[in-house]
Design a protein around this ligand. Structure first.
Ligand SMILES: NC(=O)c1ccc[n+]([C@@H]2O[C@H](COP(=O)([O-])OP(=O)(O)OC[C@H]3O[C@@H](n4cnc5c(N)ncnc54)[C@H](O)[C@@H]3O)[C@@H](O)[C@H]2O)c1
Ligand SMILES: [Zn+2]
Length: 324
């Protein structure tokens, strides 16, 4: 079983102590959060004797999530003299953690890396589980390696500055996780009024993903359940020519999966309407303008399709899914 180490920020001292255990720490951070988060963090590390040996800021977006950016990290590591004992620390959203992890996996045939995710999506999803990588041309996450980070630090305070749409995208993925495995947490998340109190829900979602990944690190079985809503979502993103962001497409995709599940008599009638109403109540979209038939040709070419056959993750009830 892989070792998946996660530190929640309640224990700030443990964090710096852990980092102090590494002889040379190199930080790769999203430039957008330099003033908001990274500079404070670096001061804190400096005061606590963490051996920060270099900082690289990345200007990121999906177009720049490519081998060129990975190469720029590698070149920087060579320039600043990072050795085999270096730890690469990613501070940012999923693009930053994916790129940094990948660079760490191939630099000098592999150095250690750790994640400090700063978006809700990266805290509950991208920053844990060990999938690293980048896009190749327009093909998403086509290159990459699965290798667990040394640890992931989760601090819910970091996401306070997130734009609303980014927060919603993360929220959709969090609800997805609860639909897979935790009906009580799902209800809590739907009823949550004060988003400042999201910390315990993040922790629950993280623990569910950790549990799933620890049983199927390399994505041959159980880990596929995390794709709930995603086959539809990828087709919706494609149809919208990228105008519908991933997380919102996932929300729509989950509702479509629930309708499909009802049609297949896997779920009882009413599940899709309930999920749709719940999503609307937290400000997420639940319907898109394309039906399953219109999305089918794109779904058949999904990167996870095998011989034109698509694995659907279908909700049976809140807290339980099946793979068809
Ligand atoms: N490795 C995995 O298992 C996995 C899982 C899911 C998604 N992903 C990948 O993650 C990426 C999406 O992650 P994301 O949504 O975090 O994207 P992202 O890294 O682009 O971050 C979203 C936006 O928020 C900004 N941002 C980051 N932290 C902020 C903060 N604290 N305050 C204000 N703004 C902040 C970023 O600059 C960016 O504009 C995709 O590339 C996807 O493929 C990977
Ligand atoms: Zn997703």
């Amino acid at each position: 079983m892989p070792k998946i180490e996660i530190e929640f920020a309640r224990d700030k001292k443990a964090l710096t102590e852990k980092l102090r255990g590494y002889p040379a720490v190199f930080v790769v951070a999203d430039r957008k959060i330099k003033d908001m988060i990274v500079e404070d963090l670096l001061d804190q590390f400096g005061e606590n004797g963490v051996a920060i040996r270099g900082v690289k800021y990345l200007r990121i977006n999906e177009k720049r999530k490519n081998l060129k950016t990975v190469e720029s990290i590698l070149e920087w590591l060579i320039r600043v003299g990072a050795d085999k004992d270096a730890l690469l620390l990613a501070v940012g959203g999923g693009i930053t953690t994916d790129l940094t992890g990948f660079a760490a996996c191939i630099y000098k045939r592999g150095i250690r890396y750790a994640n400090m995710p700063t978006t809700l999506l990266a805290q509950i999803d991208a920053g844990i589980g060990g999938k690293t990588g980048c896009n190749v041309k327009s093909f998403k996450n086509m290159a990459g390696i699965i290798k667990q980070p040394e640890f992931t630090f989760i601090n819910a305070d970091f996401i306070r500055s997130l734009p609303w749409e980014e927060f919603c995208c993360g929220y959709a993925e969090m609800l997805k996780t609860f639909i897979i495995a935790d009906p009580l947490a799902y209800q809590e998340a739907i009823e949550l009024k004060n988003y400042e109190l999201i910390g315990p829900l993040i922790e629950k979602a993280v623990n569910i993903k950790r549990d799933i990944v620890s049983k199927d690190e390399f994505d041959h079985g159980k880990r596929r359940t995390l794709n709930l809503g995603h086959t539809f979502a990828h087709a919706i993103e494609c149809k919208s020519k990228g105008r519908i962001p991933h997380g919102l497409a996932v929300a729509m995709g989950i509702v479509m999966a629930a309708r499909h599940s009802e049609a297949e008599k896997i779920a009882n009638k009413g599940l899709a309407d309930k999920i749709a109403a719940d999503f609307e109540s937290v400000g997420l979209p639940s319907e898109c303008k394309w039906n399953e038939e219109q999305l089918a040709p794109i779904m058949r070419t999904d990167k996870k399709a095998q011989d034109g056959k698509v694995h659907f993750v279908l909700p049976q009830e809140i807290g339980k899914v099946v793979i068809k």
